[in-house]
Design a protein around this ligand. Structure first.
Ligand SMILES: NC(=O)c1ccc[n+]([C@@H]2O[C@H](COP(=O)([O-])OP(=O)(O)OC[C@H]3O[C@@H](n4cnc5c(N)ncnc54)[C@H](O)[C@@H]3O)[C@@H](O)[C@H]2O)c1
Length: 348
């Protein structure tokens, strides 16, 4: 299959590109390489996929030196013109849209970035898929759409009308927009609600990465809601396996998670074994072989105390089962983190 992965310099996109190329798919990656977090990490991921940082120019096609069936363009999904000329040139079978302004807390500080990339950018993705029909549009949603829901585990059949952040509201909007395009223009679409993804090459703005950084620098870690949090931490390899299973499972008609006639589906990709935050921190301390100094704080605005995925329909339709426990996953993260930190003179 010829697959476009947007957000390919990002955490999940980078891993997805590598796996899809390994499986023999023809893959094009796009990313605007924005500076929401350290761009050096984004460039390091690109370099790891064989994309030479020095040769990157906006809108220019670059062939990977490491993966024969991977090429990359620096393109912003808010740039409608560039997106349309890319699709005219390449004719993709499938689009996996991971490009977005991620992060719950930053949406309080900089809401505009979410409207630009997640609303207008996503609208462009839908429009370009309408103009150059693809067999399947897969896109990243988020567990944050469950917002203030109290019933656990979170099921794709639950009502998700109470987002606790603008980030969550944009992800919920993406699901609605994609549903409409699936209904009106028969663009088969699948939304994936990822639950707190962690692992090597991860995101420095996420709690586990911040904890690792602080622990190694002897800075106290900030434990919100006094540690009274339950999270479905999901290892990156499991997420990639689930995403590829979703790419291959094109919805022919309505799925049990949605009413109506549209070829549209939603799936939870979560570990289904939520961890208490203090237990997660203890396993991270073990993996880093260092104890954290803890600073206990109240709940942060926009955050939710519990996430837990009901993966019944994901199991049934995609045959997906998360396999990695946090001891294994955090060990792999810590090994990568310590090596990456060393090669970057501790500036991570
Ligand atoms: N990591 C998680 O725990 C998690 C959880 C739920 C949902 N998600 C979603 O999964 C997707 C991937 O997340 P990630 O963790 O890899 O985040 P990430 O920030 O590492 O990756 C997103 C990439 O998209 C790029 N990007 C942002 N705006 C863009 C634009 N306008 N045009 C082109 N590129 C743009 C960024 O430069 C970045 O490299 C996102 O949509 C995110 O909201 C992630």
């Amino acid at each position: 299959m010829k697959i476009l992965v947007s957000g390919s310099a990002g955490f999940i996109g980078f891993h997805l590109v590598n796996k899809l190329s390994f499986l023999g798919h023809s893959v094009t990656g796009i990313d605007n390489i924005n500076d929401y977090y350290d761009v050096n990490l984004k460039y390091a991921r690109l370099e790891h996929s064989g994309i030479d940082r020095q040769k990157i120019e906006y809108g220019k096609k670059l062939q990977s030196a490491a993966l024969p069936n991977y090429n990359f363009y620096k393109i912003d999904i808010t740039d409608r013109e560039k997106l349309f000329s890319l699709f005219a040139e390449e004719q993709f079978d499938c689009v996996c849209n991971l490009a977005a302004q991620a992060g719950v807390r930053y949406s309080i500080e900089n809401p505009q970035a979410y409207i630009d990339s997640n609303m207008y950018g996503f609208f462009n993705i839908l429009e370009v898929c309408r103009a150059y029909p693809v067999k399947h549009l897969v896109f990243a949603s988020s567990s944050s759409v469950y917002g203030l829901n109290e019933k656990v585990p979170f099921s794709v059949n639950d009502i998700t009308d109470h987002p606790a952040s603008l980030y969550a509201a944009t992800k919920k909007s993406n699901e609605l927009m994609a549903y409409t395009y699936a209904h009106l223009f028969k663009i088969p679409s699948t939304g994936l609600r990822f639950f707190t993804v962690y692992g090597p090459w991860g995101r420095p703005d996420m709690a586990y990465y911040k904890f690792a950084n602080a622990i190694m620098k002897n800075i106290p870690i900030e434990v919100y809601n006094h540690g009274d949090m339950l999270r479905d931490f999901t290892y990156i390899d499991d997420i990639i396996e689930g995403t590829i299973a979703a790419i291959e499972h094109i919805p022919a008609g309505p799925s049990p998670s949605t009413d109506g006639t549209a070829p549209f589906a939603l799936y939870n990709l979560g570990n289904n074994r939520p961890e208490k935050l203090p237990d997660f921190i203890a396993v991270l301390e073990q993996a880093l072989n260092k104890t954290a100094e803890k600073k206990y704080l109240g709940m942060q605005a926009g955050d939710v105390p519990v996430t837990m995925a009901d993966i019944g329909s994901t199991r049934r339709d995609l045959g997906w089962e998360p396999k990695t426990d946090i001891a294994t996953g955090l060990k792999l993260f810590a090994e990568w983190f310590l090596a990456y930190k060393d090669t970057n003179n501790n500036t991570v």
